[in-house]
Design a protein around this ligand. Structure first.
Ligand SMILES: NC(=O)c1ccc[n+]([C@@H]2O[C@H](COP(=O)([O-])OP(=O)(O)OC[C@H]3O[C@@H](n4cnc5c(N)ncnc54)[C@H](OP(=O)(O)O)[C@@H]3O)[C@@H](O)[C@H]2O)c1
Length: 331
């Protein structure tokens, strides 16, 4: 089969012929129709995770149909149309993943291939209202946004939500989910064009985080926020607490801009703020996410759709974060 393999870290993935996987006990092989990229894929090529073993097929997100089922698998049959829950071994605790938790596409071979082998428990029915590419855009980014907003953020209608770095895949889903919930969304970006796109999707306002004093302008023009969804971290993280209402929540799901530098603890305890971390989501969160999206008929925002053969360039281009929403692969 054809697959995008990473032969060595700090190199580009390569389109190669590799052996097709075979389903073992409790496993299924899915014939992929589409996949989508995450910043994680780029970071793996750069060696920025511990314990990367090559060769490795990248990719955490995929949609397709069941090709073969292994021993013990009775709830799925060849031809079933599915979307893949992007991780394994969340464990029993809804509050946090197990120490054995893994994400598809490292260490186990991922979805940038014609076929992928996963546990049968990772399969969910493909939403009927979405096509293959839209479906493949959901897993990592949609799940991360859903858990950050709904589970950790406890989002309710009528709230004011700040979403930082709106160009990111998670951030665009967070914008769509906030609006679907009946709350208002304010976004930040380095790009006026991305702010314009967010306003067209329904954001109430957008500010450039590259401008000095954007936070003060937000407070003056819109007032403090109930909830902040942040994937950037970095030197600006400590200032985000100034933008919350007393009792507000700041949910962190990433640190694209690096480590935070300062945090005023007085503001945190006196104003009873909640600083919460969020990572992906459990299978139950994934099921709830798919139900939420279907109920609100939410379609993922696709920035670019490229053929598998152009995947290596698309992964390398993630370095510049030029996209708005998801970059997908047609397989
Ligand atoms: N915890 C988890 O389970 C999980 C899951 C998925 C992703 N993540 C992490 O979340 C982050 C985002 O991933 P992604 O795939 O959604 O996005 P992405 O496509 O990698 O985009 C990253 C975005 O970060 C924004 N950004 C960069 N510097 C910023 C700053 N100083 N302030 C605010 N925004 C800034 C940029 O927004 P603009 O272009 O608008 O300027 C950029 O588009 C990554 O760090 C990723 O590793 C974590």
């Amino acid at each position: 089969m054809r697959a995008l393999s990473l032969r060595a870290i700090k190199s580009d993935a390569l389109l190669e012929e590799v052996e097709q996987p075979v389903a073992g006990v409790d496993e299924v092989v899915v014939k992929l129709q589409a996949a989508s990229l995450n910043r994680r894929d780029y970071w793996i090529t750069q060696g920025l995770y511990p314990g990367i073993v090559t060769p490795l097929i990248l990719g955490s997100d995929g949609s397709g149909s069941v090709h073969a089922v292994g021993e013990n698998v009775s709830d799925w049959a060849p031809g079933d149309e599915v979307v893949i829950y992007p991780s394994a071994q969340w464990g029993e605790n809804e509050a946090v993943q197990d120490s054995e938790f893994t994400v598809l596409g490292m260490p186990e071979n991922g979805t940038f291939a014609e076929f992928v082998k996963v546990r049968s428990s990772q399969l969910f029915r493909k939403p009927a209202y979405l096509d293959w590419v839209e479906t493949a855009a959901i897993p990592v980014a949609g799940l991360t946004a859903y858990r950050a907003l709904v589970v950790q953020g406890q989002l309710k209608p009528g709230r004011r939500v700040l979403i930082t770095g709106i160009g990111g895949g998670v951030a665009v889903f967070a914008l769509q989910f906030t609006l679907a919930t009946g709350s208002e969304a304010i976004v930040t970006s380095s790009s006026t064009e991305k702010i314009e796109r967010a306003l067209n999707l329904g954001a109430k306002a957008g500010l450039q985080y590259t401008e000095a004093n954007w936070g003060k302008r937000l407070l003056k023009e819109h007032g403090p926020c109930d909830l902040i969804i942040d994937g950037a971290g970095g030197p600006g993280y400590g200032d985000l607490v100034n933008l919350l209402k007393p009792g507000g929540r700041l949910i962190s799901y990433g640190s694209t801009a690096g480590r935070s530098e300062k945090l005023d603890l007085f503001k945190i305890f006196w104003r009873q703020l909640h600083l919460i971390g969020s990572t992906l989501g459990s299978p139950a969160d994934f099921e709830a996410l798919l139900g939420f999206m279907e109920k609100h008929q939410i379609k993922p925002v696709i920035d670019q759709q490229v053929p598998l053969a152009e995947g290596p360039k698309a992964i390398a281009d993630m370095r510049d974060a030029a996209q708005f929403g998801k970059v997908t692969l047609e397989i």
